[in-house]
Design a protein around this ligand. Sequence first.
Ligand code: HPA
Ligand SMILES: [Zn+2]
Length: 348
Amino acid sequence: MCQGPLHDLLVDLPKVEHHMHLEGSLEPNLLLELAKRNNIELPKDDDAFSSVESLLARYSRFTSLDDFLHYYFIGMTTLITESDFESLAYAYFQKAHSQRVVHAEVFFDPQAHTNRNVPYDTVLSGFKKAQARAKTDFGMTSELIVCLLRHIPPKDCHQAYLQALPDLQSGKISGLGLSSTEKGNHPSLFKESYDDAKKHGIKLTAHAGEEADVSYMASAVDDLGCTRIDHGIKLPQDPELLARFARDKILVTMCPLSNVELRCVKSISELPIRQYIDARVPFSINSDDPAYFGGYIQENYCAVQKAFNLTVEEWANIVTNSITLSWCNEERKDEMLKDLSDTLARYA
Ligand code: HPA
Ligand SMILES: [Zn+2]
């Protein structure tokens, strides 16, 4: 945790999270408990699964996105029943609420569950129940974003997209995303699904410029029509594209601890946060897979503060952009902006 003069304000700021994978909030203790309860056999030849401590130790030395994804996809095989999905999401909302998250737009990966015969409806209804409880218990609003898994052939991803389409149209799911192994799985391969979604007015985002270069970010915007980019740390490689992100207010959902843990950068100070502030590229700060990367949103805010020593005004801008570029309705944005200005007034 940062201990600087802004620490209390950073704790108190109303926060919005745009980049958090619900399956990435599966804490090791719940993972092992669910494995036991659901009779799921975890890999016997990997000692990491023998205890909470050994899992945490293994998580602390990921070498790449794929090294992490290996554990991420095994971890989620312990989720079977609607109540498992509900407990997972509710535990995240509860933790996020304790860190003053007032609105969360969260990813989920239906293909990782339907591929092992867990029905799509089981996953979705568990998550919807958790969202409703978080609204009742904490006043927290949330939106679901369905991710296509790009290591799976685009044709199969399109079937997964079609399965989610009625819920995207009804608003049960608020947007479409693209995640998993980035390098070699170019955004343009998923154009068929994104073109169809665009036709239906569905909100679009994609992971791009995490491990791969900035051309993946350009493709996500130009080929897929994304209005938001997840991670997006490679933008300084293309100054023209960077200027376009600023002009068109394309939100970059950054995940500082994730980028360090997955060796995309050596330290948080290498992230282009100062460049984005100076060029007015809007970005939010997020936790990605908090159970795997050693921190939730607060730890990410504090790590950024430790590395960049931002001013109150700069933080006010980050949170303002996080609110205004959210995918909730305008009335909810106004409530959150009021909360932000009341909070800032307490520290003036
Ligand atoms: O950081 C990530 N990148 C790509 N896919 C993911 N799925 C969960 N987290 C990630
Ligand atoms: Zn992510």
